[in-house]
Write a protein that binds this ligand. Structure first.
Ligand code: MOS
Length: 743
């Protein structure tokens, strides 16, 4: 695939105009006729039960239609049906309005439905609910030593491998030793689009459900199970998603509420959450980690220990891969990894961009920096000395790994060799200057996915798959794939997604959409191509009569012989000659497990950052970042670069700003709003440079793409933390690094 017309080209988003003109509609923007509005009432207490709900006063307000709570939720939602979703972890998912029990602060306890949103919100504010509280536990610090190992986790969870070598003895014998704890608090996803569902009630009682989600099919399966609906009864539509980052991988409670109210009231209902309520479900878990490293005199790693303990809810065992990366990122024969959970009275944590790796690699990569200083080595040189050419966790070679090139190309672009290794040695005016670096690694995965293509007689190609677009560029790169394989102009291709009537695809997450849906689109285009060749051969005087599929190619709207391009048929003419209005094909793509299971499949990156810190004020700016990424084929350098830019901004945010603070007296997050939960603004962002290192890989999938949505974030928080040490001599091991830690 060296000569491509579209794949690998820096094209602008095909959905860009719709987004900037407002033509793109989000779940809570479908103003269907007869719409009424639900407002969710959230529990002010963290644990206990509801003893009384007095809805009489609220129901007497003109325009209030109903108050739903556990007292009157209809049987249809209470039957012992499964509330599982595709990415549910072990345990039993939270069931909204199911009973009187309060399991976490901000738990939804009632839904007020009214003619207007404002009335519903007002009525919710005066609804009288009484609670009986019992003591809650929300502080992970009190759970040290009480963690447990999760049995089974959600899809993709891999328990840490058993210890290898003699990690305890080799640590004791090591020449240099590091033994430290690394901590970060809870963080909440804050996509621009808040969660909302518009359930449109159609004649005959069917529903069109416009949902904010990362997986329309996941939402559909969820409500089908709960309400006993057929696939036909409830179509879920999600054409645009205003950011997900993992928060939309699982159906959220507003979906349940909107569908419940629509079915009960036989009306179209919208339920949208407020920004404050966005802090009432999944989050990146507060995590305590210890890393112990031992090195030999030559700087080679003699022993590595990494242990993590993080929170989960009482009702589910949320899992993520926090420590496993430490067993495969560097060469080390003596490794011990541990991973434990502790139950608290909080909502279940949820995948948040690069779940597990973002936090696990923060700990590992700061520890690696500490060890580089202890061993008297440059942090980059230390990593190169311990470079892993094989995945020791799996005892398998990598399908491809251009991390060394990321280090070299990133360091050169950044000017790493100008770094004076001594802390506090570099200055610019009254600013302390620090250079820091770190490494990242993420899975290159492919999931089963389907796609359907349809070519009409006017030469337009429609491509459909039930995947989602969370802002990553899916519309664009799938259009590129289809245009590439069928030799059509981009404008002739209409890629459609986010509809449960389309061929099945997994939730958009895990950085697997380009690989999974991309391969499905390619396969569907090739299936269509074979059909078109057969039809072309039936045309009178066809120049392709005896051609095999391998002998032909689709270029510039023509189907032609590779070796004799003059022998060609116009693709549009094939459809017209067929006598049909369109020619269709569909395909499902599966990972080639026989090939893949012999290898470790991963994307890598290396991050270099410069910070400048005002010595007197403690103010910190990340003035330069170079992020060098090896993620296989880059389908579109423009959308891919945007992904990595966003990742770097998030890494900076994780390092310096984000933390949801729990007031343990009330078991409640106190900064659940944009005023007090800080994320960067433009003034916080300076120079960010993204490099893509050439990496070919025909094992990961036929497109050679590894995915770019998550890897770019990795290493950023650690590189900043390491640069802070270099600038100031202060070793910080707890995020976020706010001004108090620098003074
Ligand atoms: Mo990602 S955390 O799989 O949306």
């Amino acid at each position: 695939m060296s000569n491509t017309n579209y794949i690998g080209k820096a094209l602008s988003r095909v959905d860009g105009p719709a987004k900037v003109t407002g033509a793109a509609k989000y779940a809570a923007e479908f103003n269907v006729p007869g719409l009424v509005y639900g407002y969710v009432v959230s529990s002010p207490v963290a644990k206990g039960k509801i003893t009384k709900i007095d809805a009489a006063e609220v129901l007497a307000l003109p325009g209030v239609l109903q108050v739903f709570s556990h007292e009157n939720v209809p049987m249809l939602a209470l039957l012992d049906r499964s509330y599982k979703d595709d990415v549910a972890p072990g345990g039993s998912p939270f069931r909204p309005l199911h009973d009187a029990e309060i399991k976490f602060s901000q738990q939804p306890v009632a839904l007020v439905v009214a003619d207007t949103f404002e009335l519903a919100r007002y009525a919710a504010s005066v609804l009288k609910i009484e609670y009986e509280t019992v003591a809650h536990e929300t502080d992970l610090e009190t759970k040290r030593g009480e963690g447990f190992e999760p049995g089974t986790g959600k899809t993709g969870f891999v328990p840490p491998p058993p210890p290898r070598g003699n990690p305890d003895k080799e640590f004791e014998n090591a020449v240099h030793r590091i033994d430290q704890e690394y901590v970060h608090g809870t963080q909440h996803h804050n996509p621009m689009e808040m969660f909302g569902t518009t359930a449109e009630y159609l004649d005959g009682g069917k529903l069109n459900v416009y949902d904010k989600t990362q997986g329309a099919l996941n939402s559909q399966r969820y409500i089908r199970q709960i309400f006993g609906l057929s696939k036909d009864d409830a179509r879920v539509i999600s054409k645009y998603t205003g950011g997900g980052f993992g928060s939309g991988l699982r159906p959220q409670y507003q979906l349940f509420m909107a569908v419940l109210a629509a079915l009960e009231l036989k009306k179209s209902v919208r339920v949208s959450l407020t920004r404050q309520q966005m802090f009432s479900f999944g989050h990146r878990p507060h995590t305590l980690q210890t890393v112990k490293l031992g090195t030999n005199a030559d700087g080679s790693l003699a022993a590595l220990h990494h242990h993590a303990l993080h929170e989960t809810s009482r009702f589910e065992d949320y899992t993520e891969n926090v420590v496993n990366w430490s067993g495969m990122l560097y060469q080390c024969d003596n490794v011990k990894l541990g991973y434990q959970l502790a139950k608290l009275d909080v909502y279940t944590p949820q995948d948040m961009r690069a779940p597990g790796a973002a936090t696990g690699l923060f700990a590992l990569e700061v520890a690696m920096d500490e060890m580089a200083y202890a061993a008297g080595l440059d942090p980059l040189e230390f990593r190169l000395r311990n470079y892993a050419d094989r995945d020791q966790n799996l005892d398998k070679p990598f399908s491809s790994k251009k991390l060394r090139e990321c280090y070299h190309e990133g360091a050169a672009k950044f000017g790493w060799e100008e770094r004076n290794p001594a802390p506090r040695s570099m200055r610019q005016g009254n600013m302390l200057v620090g250079y820091g670096m770190a490494t990242g690694v993420w899975d290159a995965s492919q999931q089963k996915a389907g796609a359907k293509v349809s070519l009409s007689a006017d030469g337009k190609l429609t491509v459909q798959s039930a995947t989602n677009e969370i802002g990553t560029g899916t519309y664009t790169i799938m259009t590129q794939v289809a245009a590439e394989y069928l030799g059509l102009p981009l404008e002739a291709v209409d890629f459609q997604l986010g509809d449960t009537d389309f061929p099945a695809a997994p939730v958009q997450g895990g950085s697997w959409t380009a690989a999974s849906v991309g391969t499905a689109v390619k396969n569907a285009c090739e299936a269509l191509g074979e059909k078109l060749l057969k039809l072309a051969q039936q045309m009178e005087g066809s120049p392709l009569k005896d051609a095999k599929f391998e002998d032909v190619e689709f270029v510039n709207g023509q189907l032609r012989l590779r070796l004799d391009p003059g022998q060609a048929v116009v693709v549009r003419d094939i459809v017209q000659a067929s006598g049909e209005t369109k020619v269709e094909a569909d395909a499902t793509a599966m990972p080639n497990l026989i090939k893949q299971k012999q290898y470790s499949l991963h994307a890598h990156n290396a991050v270099f950052v410069e910070v400048q810190i005002d010595e007197e004020l403690g103010t910190l700016h990340v003035t330069r970042v170079v992020n060098a990424v090896a993620a296989g084929r880059i389908m579109n350098p423009k959308t891919a670069r945007s992904q990595v830019l966003g990742s770097v901004v998030w890494g900076l945010s994780m390092a310096l700003m984000e933390e949801t603070v729990m007031d343990h007296q009330f078991g409640r997050y106190v900064n659940h709003n944009y005023a007090e939960y800080h994320i960067p603004v433009c003034a916080d962002i300076h120079d960010i440079d993204v490099l893509f290192v050439e990496e070919e890989d025909d094992i990961v999938n036929p497109l050679g793409v590894k995915g770019i949505g998550e890897v770019g974030m990795l290493g950023v928080a650690a590189a900043i933390t390491n640069a802070v040490y270099h600038a100031t001599g202060k070793r910080i091991r707890e995020l976020p690094i706010m001004i108090d830690k620098l003074l």
